[in-house]
Ligand binder design. Sequence first.
Ligand SMILES: [Zn+2]
Length: 145
Amino acid sequence: MNNCEKYRGLLVGLLDRELNPQETVEINEHLVRCAGCREEYERLRDTSGKLEAVSFEEPSDEILRRLWRNPFSRLARIGGIFLIVAGYAALICYALFQFFTSGKENFWGKVPIAAIGIGFLILLLLVILERVKSYGKDPYREIKR
Ligand SMILES: [Zn+2]
């Protein structure tokens, strides 16, 4: 395998979970095929003491991609996005609450929190306005059920 040199350099990164998802998939695919690199990986893993830090059974991007393509996961996806947005909103609210209630925090700690909070509120406002606008134009609005 002529790619071994390249992958050998990435093995430490794999052990330390410093590779991006693309690299992780590539190197895992290579490790499955290449006994030499697999041995090297296991040797590194044993000597670094980071046992079971990364295993071949770790959910790969391929699994995520398959899940993403599955139409039945659409609802879960929407739910997931909603949870992320809701969680983020809650976090922002909490941060803003902290921001306004604690007077002792230092100024430079407050600036980014205020910036994120204000930015989020602006985006939220835009989304709401967009929703209200499209609701106004919705031709099915008057249909009685
Ligand atoms: Zn190899």
